[in-house]
Design a binder for this molecule. Sequence first.
Ligand SMILES: [Zn+2]
Length: 280
Amino acid sequence: MCDHHPSTASRRTALGFLGASLVAGLGACAVPGNQSAESPTAAPRTVGLSPSSSASAAVSPTPSPAGPGRLRNPFVPDFTLPPIQGGLAPVITKIPTKHPVVFLTIDDGLVKSPESVRLLAENGYPATLFLTSNTVRDNPAFFKAFMAQGSLVENHTVSHNVNMTTQWGYQRQLDDIAGMQDFALQQYGRKPTLFRPPGGTYSTAMRQAVAAAGLKAIVTWEAKANAGRMDYQYGNSLRPGDIVLMHFRPEFAADFEAFRSAQVAAGLEVVLLEDFLDVA
Ligand SMILES: [Zn+2]
C-alpha cells in the first residue's frame, strides 16, 4: 500500500530475543479456506513472558509504561521511528525487524463485546486500539478494560470519513484528527501518538495534519484478519514486524482465532507497537 519505508535504525544490537522459547503449538486451529497458513511444525508457545522473569530482568532496558498487566519487552527494538520531516508525519506499514514479533491493531470500536476483552486477556495480547470517537462515544469506558491489560488507545479520527483526503482540505482534516486527540485524552488520560487513516488512505495534507495534531506517525498494515481468515498483501503467512489489522466486529472471535493461529504458526510474539516504537 505504501512505499515509504524508513531506513533501518542504527541502534541495532546483537542481543538475542528471549522469546526464542516460542514452542510447539497447542494444536493451532486451521485457518478456514487457507491451508497454506497452517504449519504442522508450529512451535509451542509460551504463555505470556512472565515465567522467565529472571531472563527478562537481564535485558529489559526499554521503558515499560505503567499499567497493570503490561508485558515488558524482552528485546531491544532494532528500529527507530523516523522523525517528522518537513512537517510530514512518517508512514509505517510494517516494522523492519529481525525480532520474531508481530503487532496487533484493532480498529473503530463498533461492537463492544465482553468476549473481545476475554480473548485478549486469556492470551495476554496487548493491542493498539485505533478508535473513532463517534463510534465509541456511546460507551467509551468499555475500552478501559483493554487498557488495564496493557493495550493503548490511538487515533482513528472523530468521523471515520473514508473520503476525507479527497473531500476535505487540510484544516478540516486537522479538526477531525485533533478532535479525537482531545476525546482520547479526556476519556483515557493519554494523548494518542499513532494515527490510522479511515480506509487506510492518506495524503500529504493528511500527513501534515497528523503531525500538526501532535501525533508521531501514520500506521497502515500489510496483513489483516477479516471474515474469519487472514488476508495478506504479501505472501501467505505472517512475517516478523507485520502490523495486523482487525476490527471490533460481530465476528471478532473468528478473526481473533485466525490471527492467533497464524501468529503461533509463524512463531511470532505479540508485542505492543507503541512499546517497540518507544511512543507509549
Ligand atoms: Zn476504520
